[in-house]
Design a protein around this ligand. Structure first.
Ligand code: CA
Ligand code: CA
Length: 650
């Protein structure tokens, strides 16, 4: 329901109004001490452990570094920390886990982690681990799996000696009926004899982009030295053979072949020219058409005893295999991963962030949701068995094209990242249009509610996989402050990504490292950048960008984040309230109320670059909870300066 309001044209009189005492009525309370409330609406800070804070000067951020900066995180209002993967890994980012039971020694020890959990808990800050379930790294499990058919880890991975045939036959559970099985993601784990020696008939159909190879006893033909457009390359480096045209765009030949690696089809007898057609994983099955791929041109092999594995992201990240989704919880991989999670739950973590959940069963929502429900239930059982209150917090990274596609994931998990919140917010901030923002947030809520009544909307600006908010907002400090203020006054569970609170910028196209920039704690001195291989935008990391400088500046991005976070943590309506849209008389102004247990606050943000004055019938502007930039009140009129924000107690 919307309330009626009136727009009055008034003169603009600005009064600095951002320094009123916090919580003037004394009604603020330490509500965030209640564990269940933290999960619903408390602020989570997202840390790239490798680039956050370095305790021992080796250039790598580490667990002790986080412990040493708990005051900073506490004062930023954090009730939880999401850590980038901390288990053993040989990549800087940690998303290829080599052993789910051990801590990456570069980041610290198990004792360091235990200490962090305990010291954070003393400040009512929980620790969320990043759990990678779609894939592991190439650790001991993987090596065992590919080296022995008798390995207990054999079923942990998606392995095949002939992926093309196995996918076609529906034998790969990982796909769960996917229409696009992503053949380009198959990698050869172990060479065997991939070639062939003997007489074969080749039929290449350029229209259908297939090659059909058949074992034959027919007489061999001489190579066609005048072949117009079709040559097989095989055997030694210069060995190639032209085919004969048998129909339009169809070429055939029977030849004796001797190759150790397979073959490739090329439209020229000169390797430097023409289009190369290869396979995109898998081997020839004699007598069956094999799909050609002219974008990867990987060797087309004859199988032999080669073993292929599926790695949807990268060769260093083989996908884990949980069997048919309906019974995933009974699979050996599931049990082992759940067992490892139990170790950390036992140690005292407060929740999990689940990586790439849309990929567990290759973008198959129904299968993924079923899997996640089984995973959540298993971990929650572990959680309760250890005497914890309530349910364990778990948030999924279900990266879909839109909120409608993501929403069903709420049937599997209590919380999911709302990428669409940020995509909407940045679009509106850059257009200077605020009047439909609250409506859009409520639209998302109605969507999520269809799948789970007690959904926890994990809202955010950018994260470690996206261009920085600062870049998307054209490095405009005023817009960055506004974005932070909007995030911290919105319903849901806000996540602040390391560096957003300092106004960092950075784009992915220069390398992911540039969106994972270290925290610059002091005006001078080194930043923890060893993991980033020198890919740090030092031009951005000026002295003014440092925590030290921004703490001393009441107008800094950091100070704005701290003020709004403090307000959220002191005013229960702001954190936990039910949102209600207030119809806005100015297109640039976003308006809503938040109400909880008799407390109501009015939230106003000006997304525009010029001042906006509004009058709201039935609303008071006499008790400011928090504000930023020029905000003034003249009797019944509220004037918001460019990109200004204000929250009023009603
Ligand atoms: Ca270190
Ligand atoms: Ca997968």
């Amino acid at each position: 329901m919307r309330r009626s309001i009136f727009l009055l044209a008034t003169s603009l009189v600005f009064i600095a109004n951002c320094c009123k005492p916090d919580n003037p009525d004394g009604t603020g309370e330490a509500w965030r001490n209640a564990a269940s409330q933290e999960k619903l609406s408390g602020i989570t800070y997202q840390i790239n452990v490798y680039s956050f804070a370095d305790s021992d000067g080796d250039g790598w951020g580490d667990l002790k570094g986080i412990t040493q900066h708990l005051d900073y995180l506490d004062e930023l209002g954090a009730t939880a920390l999401w850590l980038s993967p901390i288990q053993s890994s040989d990549s800087y980012h940690g998303y290829n886990v080599l052993d789910y039971y051990t801590i990456n020694s570069r980041l610290g020890t198990e004792a360091d982690f235990r200490d962090l959990i305990d010291k954070a808990k003393q400040r009512n800050i929980g620790i969320y681990m990043d759990y990678v379930l779609n894939h592991s790294g190439q650790g001991a499990w993987f090596r065992s799996a590919i080296n022995s058919e008798d390995s207990p880890y054999r079923s942990f991975y998606v392995l095949s000696s002939n992926p093309t045939a196995d996918v076609a036959a529906g034998k790969i559970d990982n796909y769960a009926g996917a229409t696009n099985p992503g053949m380009g993601a198959w990698h050869l784990a172990k060479g065997g004899n991939l070639g062939y020696k003997g007489r074969l008939h080749f039929k290449v159909d350029i229209n259908a982009k297939t090659v059909t190879v058949t074992e034959t006893t027919e007489a061999a033909q001489n190579p066609n030295t005048n072949s117009p457009k079709c040559w097989l390359w095989y055997g030694s480096i210069s060995q190639h053979c032209g085919l004969y045209t048998t129909a339009s765009n169809v070429y055939e030949i029977t030849i004796d072949i001797d190759t150790s690696w397979g073959f490739i089809v090329c439209t020229s007898n000169n390797w430097a020219y023409g289009t190369k057609y290869g396979g995109d994983g898998g081997s020839i099955t004699f007598g069956q058409p094999f799909k050609l791929n002219n974008s990867t041109a990987a060797d087309i092999t004859f199988g032999g005893d080669g073993i292929w594995f599926f790695g949807s992201f990268d060769k260093s990240m083989p996908d884990l295999n949980y069997g048919p989704y309906a019974t995933a919880a009974t699979s050996p991989a599931f049990k082992e991963l759940a067992n490892s999670a139990g170790k950390w739950i036992d140690m005292g973590i407060a929740g999990l962030r689940l990586d790439a959940v849309a990929w567990i069963y290759q973008n198959q929502t129904k299968a993924n949701v079923s899997f996640l429900k089984q995973w959540y239930d298993r971990c929650n059982t572990e959680w309760k068995a250890r005497g914890n209150r309530g349910d364990i917090y778990m948030v999924g990274e279900a990266w879909c094209d839109n909120a409608e596609q993501m929403a069903p994931y709420y049937e599997g998990l209590p919380s999911n990242f709302n990428f669409y919140y940020w995509w909407t917010l940045k679009d509106r901030l850059n257009k200077g249009k605020g009047d439909d923002f609250a409506r859009t947030v409520l639209y998302f809520h109605n969507l999520f509610r269809r799948y789970r009544s007690d959904f926890i909307d994990a809202i955010k600006l950018s994260n470690h996989d996206e261009d920085r908010a600062g870049s998307d907002l054209n490095r405009d400090q005023a817009k960055m402050k506004l974005a932070g203020a909007v995030l911290l006054t919105s319903p849901g569970k806000p996540f602040i990504y390391q560096g957003e609170e300092l106004g960092y910028w950075g784009r992915k196209d220069k390398g992911d490292e540039y969106i994972r920039t270290p925290i610059k704690w002091n005006r001078s001195g080194a930043v923890p950048s060893a993991g980033l291989g020198g890919k740090v935008d030092n031009a951005m990391l000026t002295e003014d960008m440092s925590v030290e400088a921004q703490l001393g500046d009441a107008t800094s991005v950091l100070s704005v984040y701290r003020r709004f976070a403090k307000a959220r943590n002191e005013w229960k309506a702001l954190a936990k309230g039910e949102m209600e849209e207030i119809s806005s008389p100015k297109s640039s102004v976003a308006l809503w109320t938040m109400s909880y247990e008799g407390q109501t606050v009015l939230v106003a943000h000006n997304f525009g670059s010029s001042s906006a004055t509004i009058s709201l019938e039935n609303f008071k502007f006499d008790k400011t909870i928090v504000s930023n930039y020029a905000v003034s009140v003249n009797d019944t009129d509220l004037t918001l300066g460019p990109y200004a924000s204000a929250v009023y107690l009603q």
